[in-house]
Ligand binder design. Structure first.
Ligand SMILES: Cc1cc2nc3c(=O)[nH]c(=O)nc-3n(C[C@H](O)[C@H](O)[C@H](O)COP(=O)(O)OP(=O)(O)OC[C@H]3O[C@@H](n4cnc5c(N)ncnc54)[C@H](O)[C@@H]3O)c2cc1C
Length: 465
């Protein structure tokens, strides 16, 4: 065991609560990714901001690395404790602290999940409009700048977080932002922590902007002859300003996987799943318009008329990742996402499809195409070093392609260990400009091989000279 002096101090401060059992460490040593697990030396289930601050202070004093942990649903190896140390699990800090229906905002502890929040909010007629495919905590979602199917209408976590309470790497507790709908009061520190993946501090509370539950929502399901026809329909629907709440694309292979996984019989063709939300009249009118646009682009329309049908088609969509993995049982999956300007979607999908076909890689695609964001689930045999290398190389080319089109290496999954290497030289060149933003390399996380703040700046900062 390393970091013995830190753990002795932590044991004294929190008797019996610094857990070293193999099982609990294993639960905290990996997210939902292909990266090998890396266990922390110990796990601390924090109960309050003050406890987090105390634990961080002790770790800082003894140079012990810290990994904050929410629900562990991350996909890019963000929670893997590559340097051991202490995992601070926030999941027991799960209270809704305050809700203001008049102001349409609330304050929560970081360990509350979005599902639990929306359950608690139901009676108010409000909800947090972020629909991601996993059970995740709001602190973890802010830290990966999560988004999902509703981004096309409501934005990402970056648009919904108004203020934060954060424990800094030295144990100081700070508050950023607040409840005002806007502020021009200097630096926007709140957004420095959104997407920081725990490298700049540990979020313990969040103030969130809420939305009203729409009067009605209806879905539409459309099979297209080609990906191009589907993406053309997306572009046209966005230009028409329809009341789109979600607009999701699945390629033919993804639909085949969903059929096999759910025992459904959708045509194995590129498919759009659309959700329109608003008043009854607006939704009906806009769905008619969408039907017409889709038909003009050669689509076959599948009726989704009842609330049961509505729930069923969205459940199919949410099964996409596990359905994709089901295509090659026993294999690992490199699940990745990139995001490009919507107009570049047909080109990146065509070029990537050709690349994957040439390499013989099985990789179903699904995506939040209203935002230009799509996911590939690249399947490989972990015991086959040649195939694994081929998949990783194709993954690298995908990211380069997205960056070259003015896109980003990841639209919502984050950087973690998976995208860190792909940032390569960009990260090193950009790091200097961020050096002053952080006194140290994050809450105890420093250089290779773990995650640090330099891996997070590459895509967002271009050093031009
Ligand atoms: C089936 C499936 C579907 C998914 N679908 C989506 C999707 O649609 N959209 C999307 O965006 N993501 C999706 N994800 C990825 C994942 O759910 C998100 O990245 C989520 O935001 C992670 O939240 P978490 O609570 O599980 O955080 P964790 O996985 O526990 O942690 C994620 C990162 O945040 C840090 N962290 C956690 N809590 C805190 C905190 N309180 N303060 C500071 N840092 C913290 C961790 O150190 C780590 O770097 C999906 C994952 C799965 C498995």
């Amino acid at each position: 065991m390393t970091h013995q002096t830190a753990f002795a101090a932590l044991d004294a401060a929190f008797p019996g609560r610094i857990e070293r059992g193999e099982a609990v460490r294993a639960q905290h040593g990996a997210g939902d990714s292909w990266h090998p697990a890396a266990l922390p030396d110990a796990v601390f289930m924090a109960q309050s901001t003050e406890e987090v601050a105390q634990a961080v202070k002790l770790c800082a004093a003894h140079g012990c690395p810290i990994v904050p942990f929410g629900a562990g649903s991350c996909i890019e190896g963000q929670v893997n404790a590559t340097q051991g140390g202490l995992c601070i699990d926030l999941s027991q800090m799960d209270k809704l602290l305050r809700v203001s229906p008049e102001d349409m905002d609330c304050t929560v502890q970081a360990g509350l999940t979005r599902q639990a929040l929306n359950e608690e909010l139901r009676a108010t007629g409000l909800f947090l409009p972020i629909d991601i495919g996993a059970h995740a905590t709001l602190g973890g979602m802010a830290s990966t700048r999560a988004s999902g199917t509703m981004t096309v209408r409501h934005g990402t976590m970056a648009d919904l977080v108004m203020g934060l309470t954060v424990v800094l790497p030295d144990g100081q507790i700070v508050q950023t932002g607040g409840r005002a709908r806007k502020s021009s009061s200097g630096y926007d520190l709140t957004h420095l922590f959104i997407g920081a993946e725990g490298t700049l501090g540990i979020i313990t509370e969040l103030t969130l902007r809420l939305s009203g539950i729409p009067e009605t929502a209806k879905a539409g399901l459309y099979s297209f002859p080609t990906i191009e026809a589907a993406t053309q329909t997306v572009v046209e629907a966005l230009q028409f300003g329809l009341c789109l709440n979600r607009i999701e694309l699945m390629d033919a292979l993804q639909v085949k996987a969903i059929n096999a996984y759910n025992k459904t019989e959708l045509p194995d063709q590129p498919t759009l799943l659309v959700d329109l939300a608003g008043s009854e009249q607006q939704v009906d009118t806009d769905r008619d318009t969408f039907d017409a646009l889709a038909s003009e682009n050669g689509a076959e329309l599948h009726p989704v008329n009842t609330p049961e049908d509505y729930s069923k088609v969205w459940a199919l969509r949410h099964s996409a990742l596990y359905a994709a993995r089901g295509l090659r049982p026993g294999c690992k999956s490199l699940s990745t996402d990139v995001c490009v300007p919507v107009s570049e979607l047909p080109r990146i999908l065509a070029e990537t499809g050709a690349d994957l076909d040439a390499e013989g890689i099985i990789a179903p695609m699904h995506g939040h195409v209203g935002d230009g964001n799509f996911h590939l689930v690249m399947l490989f045999d972990d015991g086959d070093a040649e195939e694994k290398a081929r998949v990783q190389a194709a993954h690298g080319r995908l990211v380069e392609r997205a960056l070259a089109m003015g896109g980003t290496a990841t639209g919502e999954h984050g950087v973690g260990l998976g995208k860190k290497k792909l940032h390569g030289g960009r990260a090193r060149r950009g790091a200097g400009a961020y050096e002053n933003a952080q006194a140290r390399g994050g809450p105890g996380q420093s250089d290779e091989p773990g995650q640090d703040f330099r891996s997070l700046v590459a895509d967002d900062l271009r050093v031009c000279a």
